[in-house]
Every structure is written in structure tokens, then in C-alpha cells.
Design a binder for this molecule. Sequence first.
Ligand code: GLU
Length: 484
Amino acid sequence: MSETKRVRTRFAPSPTGYMHIGNLRTALFTYLIAKKNGGDFILRIEDTDRERYVDGAVDVIYNTLRMTGLIWDEGPDIGGPVGPYVQSERMGMFKDYALQLVEKGEAYYCFCGKESLEEKRQETALTDRPEKCACRHLTPEQVREKLEAGVPFVIRQKMPEEGETTFHDEIYGDITVENASLDDQVLIKTDGMPTYNFANVVDDHTMGITHVVRGNEYLSSAPKYNLLYKAFGWDVPKYIHCSPVMKDQNNKLSKRNGDASFEDLLKKGYLKEAVLNFIALLGWAPKGEQEIFSLEELVQEFDISGISKAPAIFDPVKLRAINAAYIRKMTPEEFLEVITPYIREVVKSDDIDIALLASVLQPRTEVLTDVYEQIDFIDKLPDYDTSMYCHKKMKTNEETSLEALKAVLPVLEEISGWTVDNIHGALFSLIEKLGVKNGWLLWPVRTAVSGKQCTPGGGVELCRILGKDETIARIRDGIDRLSK
Ligand code: GLU
């Protein structure tokens, strides 16, 4: 392959209705290789396996790529110079390509019935030397007769019987197989349609793909791919096979655990940018210490040499840490926008100061769903035990707390503008007037308005968030509880 060729990569998902984390990583690496080299990132939908086809699945692919910013330069929706970009719409051309190989003596018609050879293969599997079909040796005359008689056929690749094939992968290095161990794979099936492997190779070539990035489950087919390129006399693209993403050493990520897809992670409260950043580090190591990368930074940093052969382990602790780092970086306005729907799942009350609530939650949130448990006291004061008023460090107990709340109540009732500054001002002048420690007064306030030991924000903020009426009602409730 000439070095000056424009880099063209393709993401070729099968529309299964589900964006597995491993697939999204393939898409990301594919995108990064194209962009790093100033090349084109192409989207091709491989929808020929109708059994796996799921309605609406193509939209899942579009949406996920768009959301994560992996924008394609050519694809089914926007077209491009080498369309169509949906495999099922390309079906017409494959037979002609297969016939070119028949012509060159690199493939042959096989009339013996699809099953028979596969059955023989089963029998000979242990010998590692698949039996070759007798149709290999039909004369052109015999072939013509059978074609004229309408005998159904497949077209098979004529694998070399001697020697070895070495296939090079950018990650796995050279892989050599004995040619004798390779079956004469079917290229065109009895229905005239191409097999997956054949369509994939012809599509990649006709689309000018220079780098093929895909999961390593295809690694064992790769020598056959190589031989097809060779049979046509085409340049072999660079292959980058990626190791699987595992839950741990022995188990793959599974759909059932709800941790295998991009959507699952969003539902669990991870940010799309954080997920993408995390995915970049699954099986790829940057050169330096930096771990937080925007997509633009990844384009700069990415290097194929950093991809690892070892299976990538999905580390939820790391994902959480990366997500937290993204939340810390957000402006209060950005955080308010993403967190509001989560807050609204729990808090229905209209009177609360949601912007202030978001701002106190931001430093206390690593994953968006963390907020549920932190805000469960807002709509309704939980039933709590008065022992919660006792705090050793704050030097409070039930008696001092009753005293404090009784002092606080009229002061809060007096406030006319219910702002943080006003509440703060009023409570701190009371602290000064009474000559008490901050905690002596503020701990009971916090307890009374939340009924919780742990709250996002202190007493002043909670009062402001809840609104004046609710705050007063909760302080009174606290006084009642403590008076019993
Ligand atoms: N359609 C294949 C898949 O989704 C991709 C194969 C390839 O990239 O060559 O697994």
C-alpha cells in the first residue's frame, strides 16, 4: 500500500439494536485513526444477516455516534462517493466480483450441494486438512453443462494447497497459517448472495478502506481475507484487531447485567463524554499520565501503538472517577441542565430553589443517579429520631437543640426576602447575640429541615432550597418532636 494514500476507515456495525461498549470502542478507534491522519471516517451498515436484524436498530447507531461526536464523513444518510453505504443495497455487484475470481482460476463453481462439503468438513475437522471439493477439478465443459442444466451452485474460493499465508495485524503482529488448513470458503451462496466474509472484503476494497478496525473475533478469518485480496491483486488494508472488553478475567460484559451498552451507562447516570473518555482507555494507553481527554485531545494523542493485545477490563471504579472528573469540570449552568431531570424524578415540589440545589449537589455527585438518595427529604420530611440532634463535636443534644430551634423560629419568620444572604445574616447575628458556636445553632436547623444525618449543603442552603413556608413548618415540627 502506498504511504501517500488518503486514510479511510470505516465503522461497519450490524444493526442489532444495541450499542455494545466493545462496538462503541471500535467506532471510536476507527474514528480516531481517520481523524489523526486527516482522513475519512465512513459508516457502513452491515445489515445482510436478516436474522439478527432489529427494527430501529440503525437509529441506535446514528444516535450513539452523534451523541458521542463520532461524526461520519460518508454514510447511508449523507451518501458519499462510494455508496450505497448499506450492505444490503450493494448486493448486485458481488457475483461479478466472484466471477472475476473464477475467471482468474482463484475460485470455482461448486455443484455438490451446500451441505455435503460442510458435512465432510465435520468429519475431517480433526485432521486440520479440510477435504477439498471434487468440483475444483471440473472442466470448463462440465461446468457449462451443469450451469445450462440449472444445477444449483455456490462459488468457492480456491485456497492454495501448499505453503503458508502470513497475515499482519498492527496489534497482534504476524500470524501464519498453513494454507492446507483453510477451507475453500463459499463466496457466493446458492441464492446468489455473497457470504459475509466476501462482501466485507469487496466492500472494504471498493470503498477504498485503508485501515480495518474490528473486534478480534474476526482474527481467525483474517488469513482468508488476505488470500482474497491477493487473489484479486488488491492492496491489503492495515488490520487492527481489538481485544474484547471483559467484565473480569473470565467473563464478558453481559447485556443482562445492564453494563454492556452505551445506553445502559447513560441510564445509570454517566455522562456521554465521560463514557467516551473511559472507553478510549479500554485497551489503549496514552503515552503520558493524563487520563482525561476530550475527543479533540484524543485525536491528537491517539496512536495505534498504544493499543493492547490483552483483554480490556471494564473497571467501574475508574468509570466513576472519570465521570466525577467531568462533573467537576462542568459550569454550574451545565450541571443544572443535566441534573434537573434527575432531580425532578424525586422532587415534585415547585417551590424549591432548584439552581441552588444543583449547585450544592455538584461537588457531591460522581454519577448523576447519586443525587436520588441525597434529595429524598425535600418533598417530604422523613420520620426521624430526635437522637439525631445529638452531635458530640457540635456540642448539641436534644435539650440544646430545642433551645436553638425556639430561638431560630421567630428570627426566620422575620425574614422578608428569602435569600441565602438574608438567611445567613439572620442566623449569624443570632449566633453572635446568643454567644454560641455556629454548630450549636446550625446543626439543629439542618436536622430539623432535613431529618437526615447527611445532607447536600448546610442549614442555610437547605432553608433557602426548601422555601420559607416549608422551612418554618419543619422547624416547628422539630420543636414539637423535641418537646415530647
Ligand atoms: N459487522 C461486523 C460487526 O458488527 C463488523 C465486522 C468488521 O468490522 O469487519 O461485528
